[in-house]
Design a protein around this ligand. Structure first.
Ligand SMILES: [Zn+2]
Length: 66
């Protein structure tokens, strides 16, 4: 699993859409469009399947149950 990432057209930085999927699921998905709130510029971006990539490095650690 990884985060679906888009490139912010305003700042040019990678932004997580908050959606988690894997390469296989993305591959199987039909062409689609979605919109996400951007944490970089504060705006909303409309993106499609071809605009995204999956970031396998999850930016936060899953806490382990003791
Ligand atoms: Zn943005």
């Amino acid at each position: 699993m990884g985060c679906v990432m888009i490139s912010c057209p305003v700042t040019g930085n990678a932004v997580s859409t908050g959606i988690e999927t894997d390469h296989y699921a993305l591959e199987l998905a039909k062409a689609f469009k979605s919109r996400s709130r951007c944490s970089e510029c504060g705006g909303e971006h409309i993106w499609s399947k071809t605009d995204v990539w999956i970031c396998d490095t999850v930016p936060y650690q899953q806490p382990h149950a003791a």
